[in-house]
Design a protein around this ligand. Structure first.
Ligand code: CA
Length: 606
């Protein structure tokens, strides 16, 4: 909130300024992101927020631009391209302004990119520094980047020709800043490809994947790092939100940084030195039995390093905690974080070609093993809002609703916290006990975290009520008839009298389902289609075509007729379904179609 205005960002990075008291639209800015970039976003065309600094609003776009807008008019002041558009980069994270510099990372570690963070002068857009999170081609070092001084050390933890596949390590969400220490903290993502056997065949820690790295804000130079998951191969990003706080631990006040990354541990580190102070699990997991406090390394379960036979791993790729923000209240001394207990089967692909980037994993074959894993996962997956004492590392209370898919949490000085949840309500809880003190049905799942602001002595709570992103893709396989309504920005205040208008019918109702066409293809064609589907489609449309951004078991007769025109011809590119003509031949696209017809027939009775 700035000068009585509330700024919001929605899919395709469209920015809107509202009068923060009345909701009247002041201006709207559409950066005109080409819809073909939708194909490159692993986990939906999401946007995680804006930055505000000295009369400017900063937005990063899916196609890799960083744009400064005039906060009063919404007109662009400067714009820079922060990625190489010939590679599979996207940006879904929010920029942050620290020490007069605007920092931005990127995404694409599911598609063969090399992660980095860039700092630009907030006034002019001139580049100040760039820090790469993983080493590049040793023949091309040094590369004139802030990371040069530490890349040789990082390269010692990689083997083979890792740079050909990008390496990953994208910083797609969390950054934090301590102005007194002059340090910027970056949360680094997963490896690319996922399977370490293809990424770094001789093993190794693969720095700085899945790490928190502290950098000097002026120069971008390396100061310290802590790696949460050495040699990660389960999509265990450490990009989750980081909280800085002063905690009394062992009789001493420590300046800490806290993170609950995907891997299921809750870490408390000294933010000046990177010293590990404590680490405990937030949910049941099987990939590690604990953290060795002498070395700071996980005690890994060797059974979760996968080959071609699928193995059950917990957490799954969605993580025990994902992008949904967590909150800390110095009043209650508690951290509020949405957690998930998840399970997933992982298996390596037969082969991997860096020229065709992907996960290096397989989602096909070994039907009996996969069935066992998915039955176990379905029976044991759950999620809740967890209130945690970061000093004792104990959960103090949790919300009773244990379905996955709820939103981020927010602490408030009024001894209450708020969260949107999977039951399509927005609720407030007592911060100390977790007692629900208020809730309102909002017709949608507010999956984003709420914010709060004061205006003329009145406190407001604002939340985006809409359900999307990677987790929603997966969960749609369980609640396929829910939450397709249009997203909304909701603003609350004490004594507010506005009534929520009903969701327009056309945005709520699922179109009537038609029986699938009869399957005529041979088993061979269907099996080939299954392989191709796993390599090219599963990330957005769900493993085994369950769930996803659109459930492909439910194609209308028209979509069946248009299948090749959509997949190869780009007929639905305006909706974000770009052409795959550069990856699939007509024969291959037809095999994928036959596989989907087979899946639709298998599941039609259900
Ligand atoms: Ca990832």
């Amino acid at each position: 909130e700035i000068a009585g205005a509330l700024f919001n960002v929605q899919p395709w990075n469209i920015v809107t300024a509202y009068d923060a008291a009345s909701g009247k639209v002041l201006w709207r800015y559409d950066p005109q992101v080409p819809t073909r970039f939708g194909r490159l976003a692993c986990c939906d065309i999401v946007s995680r927020g804006l930055a505000v600094w000295h009369g400017k609003i900063y937005v990063a776009t899916l196609d890799g631009r960083l744009i400064a807008l005039d906060a009063r008019s919404g007109k662009p002041v400067w714009s820079v391209l922060t990625v190489d558009n010939r590679k599979n980069y996207t940006i879904t994270g929010a920029p942050r302004v620290y020490g007069g510099k605007v920092l931005i990372g990127n995404g694409g570690a599911e598609m063969g990119v090399r992660g980095y963070v860039t700092a630009y002068d907030a006034e002019t857009g001139k580049q100040a520094w760039r820090f790469y999170t993983v080493p590049g081609d040793p023949a091309k070092m040094p590369e004139g980047a802030a990371s040069d001084s530490v890349m040789a050390k990082a390269a010692k933890t990689w083997t083979g020709e890792w740079w050909k596949a990008g390496g990953g390590g994208t910083v797609w969400d969390s950054l934090a800043y301590d102005p007194a220490l002059h340090l910027v903290y970056i949360g680094v993502g997963n490896g690319s490809p996922w399977a370490q056997t293809f990424r770094s065949p001789g093993g190794g820690d693969n720095l700085f994947l899945a790490s928190i790295v502290a950098l000097n804000v002026d120069t971008g130079h390396y100061v310290w790092h802590y790696q949460t998951t050495p040699g990660e191969e389960w999509d265990y990003t450490a990009t989750q939100q980081m909280i800085l706080a002063d905690l009394r631990i062992g009789g001493k006040v420590r300046k800490v940084i806290m993170q609950a990354p995907k891997n299921g541990f809750f870490y408390v580190l000294d933010r000046k030195t990177g010293e590990l102070l404590s680490a405990k699990t937030t949910v049941p997991i099987n990939w590690a039995t604990g953290i060795d406090m002498k070395t700071g390394r996980p005690i890994e379960n060797p059974a979760v390093r996968y080959g071609k036979v699928p193995v059950l791993v917990s957490p799954g790729a969605g993580g025990a905690h994902n992008f949904n923000p967590m909150a800390y209240s110095p009043l209650s001394g508690l951290v509020y974080l949405p957690v998930s207990e998840t399970y997933m089967g992982y298996a390596a692909a037969d082969s991997f070609d860096p020229a065709h980037p992907g996960l290096g994993t397989s989602f096909a074959g070994y039907d009996a093993e996969r069935k066992k894993i998915s039955e176990y996962a379905d029976a044991h997956s759950r999620g809740w809002l967890s209130a945690r004492n970061p000093v004792t590392q104990k959960e103090v209370w949790r919300t009773p609703d244990e379905q996955k898919g709820s939103g981020g949490g927010r602490a408030s000085a009024g001894k209450r916290g708020g969260q949107g949840n999977i039951a399509t309500t927005f609720a407030a809880y007592r911060a100390d006990t977790g007692k629900k003190v208020w809730q309102m049905p909002v017709q949608q799942v507010p999956i984003a975290a709420p914010i709060t602001y004061m205006l003329d002595g009145v406190q407001y709570i604002a939340v985006n009520a809409g359900w999307g992103g990677g987790l929603a893709h997966v969960e749609r396989s369980n609640y396929s008839r829910l939450f397709i309504g249009k997203p909304r920005l909701l603003v609350f205040k004490l004594g507010g009298t506005a009534k929520l208008p009903p969701m327009p019918r056309e945005s709520v109702e699922v179109p009537e389902l038609s029986p699938p066409p009869k399957l005529t293809a041979t088993d061979d064609v269907v099996a080939r289609g299954e392989q191709l589907y796993g390599q090219n489609c599963a990330l957005c449309h769900g493993v085994a075509a369950r769930g996803g951004v659109k459930d492909l078991r439910h194609l209308s007769p028209q979509t069946h007729a248009d299948f090749l025109a959509i997949v190869l011809g780009g007929k639905r590119a305006a909706n974000g379904m770009a052409s795959f003509a550069d990856v699939l031949t007509q024969d291959q696209a037809e095999a994928v179609h036959q596989y989907l017809i087979a899946r639709a027939n298998q599941d039609w009775d259900h």
